[in-house]
Design a protein around this ligand. Structure first.
Ligand SMILES: Cc1ncc(COP(=O)(O)O)c(C=O)c1O
Length: 291
């Protein structure tokens, strides 16, 4: 990322020497900010940055309902922000949260967004009262992206799935199926069992992620026939349930494009993406950041 961006946020706790070494080795022209939620992570980052003669930005991560990482308690948030503003080698830049718990259909998010707005206000007021008002309030997700303006204290949003969109995003109304820009190209390898076709894309190509926050079965749908789902998979086999009443009937050797339930998993399973415009391959993108 440092070769294409000069402002990088690492929205993940920087715990462990292997992470700290890479953070402080980033090129000097890159403005680096790290989200963290513990004094252990802060102290280690402060030490590594000081030793390297660097200043690394810090967001104090808050839990506002997802219960994954982030401090839930207001006093603890203020305490860690104070520590960050006093520590050498780091610069307290603000706070972050991830509203990953808001997965309702976009038409039903209003109560959850109102709660989020109130919870953020309480935390930001407490920080301001302690003279630690955050310069940046970083939040956002793909399901809430289009409602970001209603979370009035937020100054930065981080939608990611949004880049390509996927079946889950479309099902919860945060995109349309035709907005989905990522598909897995698969070949029909068998139609031997009546009522189904089998393609050469299973869990190793699509990821085994259920629809999250949306109703529906299966692990993906055909780009050109949304009623055809990948209803079961093994590692290299995707089983397509064929629609009744003379619908789509593929032949062995046909190719199909599948929109996965969750694009982030599927991207991570492929070393290369082919950029296609009007059925022509126009670019080849290496997926460089696969763990
Ligand atoms: C901390 C954090 N920020 C932003 C995102 C992007 O969110 P989304 O996948 O809803 O676009 C994620 C996704 O997992 C995340 O974990």
């Amino acid at each position: 990322m440092a070769t294409v961006a000069n402002d990088i946020l690492i929205a993940y706790p920087p715990v462990g020497d292997h992470r700290l070494r890479r953070i402080v080795a980033l090129p000097e022209h890159v403005r680096v900010t790290v989200g963290l939620d513990s004094s252990e992570a802060l102290d280690a980052l402060s030490g590594a940055a000081s030793r390297a003669g660097r200043t690394i930005g810090v967001y104090v991560e808050m839990d506002v309902g997802m219960h994954r990482v982030g401090l839930p308690d207001v006093d603890d948030i203020v305490e860690l922000a104070r520590r960050a503003s006093d520590a050498p080698g780091v610069h307290y830049r603000g706070v972050m949260f991830y509203p990953g718990h808001i997965r309702e259909h976009v038409s039903q998010q209003t109560p959850a967004l109102a709660r989020l707005r109130a919870d953020l206000r309480e935390r930001i007021d407490a920080l301001a009262a302690a003279r630690l008002a955050p310069q940046v309030v970083s939040g956002g997700s793909t399901p809430t992206a289009f409602a970001s303006h209603s979370v009035d204290s937020m100054t930065e949003m981080r939608p990611g799935t949004y880049i390509f969109s996927d079946r889950t995003t479309a099902e919860i109304g945060a995109a349309r199926m035709e907005d989905c820009a990522f598909t897995v190209l698969a070949t029909v390898v068998s139609t031997a069992v009546p009522g189904q076709a089998v393609v050469d894309a299973g869990s190793k190509a699509l990821g085994r992620e259920p629809l999250r926050g949306a109703a529906g079965e299966g692990f993906g749908v055909l780009l050109t026939a949304h009623d055809v789902t990948v209803h079961a998979m093994s590692e290299e086999h995707g089983l397509l349930r064929l629609p009744g009443n003379g619908g789509w009937r593929p032949r062995v050797g046909d190719t199909v494009r599948i929109i996965p339930n969750h694009v982030c998993y599927s991207v991570n399973l492929h070393p290369v993406l082919w950029a296609v415009s009007d059925s022509t391959i126009v670019d080849r993108w290496e997926v460089a950041g696969r763990p």
